[in-house]
Design a protein around this ligand. Sequence first.
Ligand SMILES: [Mg+2]
Length: 112
Amino acid sequence: MSEDRPAYHIKPAEGLDDLGINYICRKQYEWGERMGWHNKTVLEALALIASEVGEAVNECRGDAPTPAFGEELADIILRVADLAQWQRINLAAEIACKMAKNEERGTRGRRV
Ligand SMILES: [Mg+2]
């Protein structure tokens, strides 16, 4: 965890601050299954991701993000992870490919 993060961030338990994204996808999906919450469509799942983005926006309406901002970012990731696992998308591979693709695109004329 970076030393320049605000003090309100809680340090996660040992070993839980660097989880692989595919592990997160599996665990989140398994949890959703246990809860019986996988009775939605892909569009509903996307709408729920958007609702978490809205919650994150609300945590940033003041001069600085609130202490709850990080939790809302986590909600966004968890909902994306659940959807990826459900749709059998290898999110780690997709992220790695997209980062490589972005790297090849360069700055597209913008100053660095
Ligand atoms: Mg939320």
